[in-house]
Design a protein. Structure first.
Length: 289
């Protein structure tokens, strides 16, 4: 599977020929990871010493008293959830573009941001976060697109799971740093709280507005044929429907950047019906399939 379908024609040159990582459809178990804000960073010598004591038959309480390391940390190490080190013995940094400056695939992120704002959901689990993107089960290509976008944002790391639900498929991925790249996550429904893009997100949206629009339309939009005069005349048009006023404004702003004329057809729906606007969206949105 190539990443070409994630990019619009004028952006394809950036990633031409780049292959995406294979999609693993299994849902991974909980993963354990250390973060700088939650626990102290232990060096390789401490880990090796704790493992030696475990091998000698010491229990967690005895090791904790002798080493000063918490029993919960020792328990994680006992069950194989160990910190990662590089060849020189230094602690490997996390893979978060916000916490550690890891390069972010911006076109894929803009597309995934549109999916998240439309039909995305995040849940805090005991040891990690789970991102879920929902797509109609009839649209297999959009399901693959969402999975590929997640892998690109993760830099090819981790796994993507596909869970069949009533009428839809949930595309899921576990990562401690999902709230870092989607700071809009919070308690309650999106339309009942403020949704504002941060400065770095607005910068990406301004560089890749087509990808953002594509993600929004692939989640909460549609392309239909409007028939008038008892079917004598017909023309295509796009609709984007969302009950969040803030997300509707994000869609409007992206349309302005791309030069797509729009109008509000209802309080929660934006319509693109003028021929030049439909032609512009057809050039990079593509069909729902």
């Amino acid at each position: 599977m190539t990443i070409g379908f994630l990019l619009v024609p004028d952006e394809r040159r950036v990633y031409e020929g780049v292959e995406s990582a294979p999609v693993d459809v299994s849902v991974p178990p909980y993963t354990f990871a250390y973060t700088r804000s939650e626990v102290p960073l232990h060096d390789r010598h401490e880990v090796d010493e704790v493992l030696r004591l475990i091998a000698e038959g010491w229990n967690d309480c005895e090791i904790s008293r002798a080493s000063g390391i918490s029993r919960s940390t020792i328990n994680h190490w006992r069950h194989g959830r160990l910190p990662r080190f590089d060849a020189s013995g230094r602690r490997r940094p996390s893979t978060c573009p916000r916490c550690d400056g890891v390069p972010l695939d911006e076109p894929a992120y803009a597309y995934l941001l549109g999916l998240y704002l439309g039909d995305g959901h995040m849940v805090r689990l005991p040891r990690t976060n789970r991102l879920s993107i929902y797509q109609d089960k009839r649209y297999g290509q959009l399901v693959d697109l969402a999975g590929a976008a997640i892998l690109r944002v993760r830099g090819g790391r981790g796994k993507v799971g596909f869970a069949r639900q009533a009428g839809c498929i949930a595309i899921t991925a576990h990562w401690n740093h999902w709230p870092c790249v989607f700071p809009q996550h919070g308690p309650g429904l999106k339309h009942q709280r403020e949704i504002r893009l941060q400065g770095w997100q607005r910068d990406i949206a301004s560089r890749y507005p087509k990808q953002l629009l594509r993600g929004l339309i692939h989640s909460d939009g549609c392309r239909v044929v409007n028939r008038v005069c008892k079917g004598k005349y017909s023309y295509p048009r796009y609709f984007f429907t969302n009950t969040s006023a803030d997300i509707l404004q994000i869609f409007r702003d992206a349309c302005v950047l791309v030069g797509v004329p729009y109008r509000d057809s209802k309080w929660n729906t934006i319509s693109v019906a003028r021929r030049e606007g439909v032609v512009a969206l057809d050039a990079f949105v593509g069909p729902k399939a």
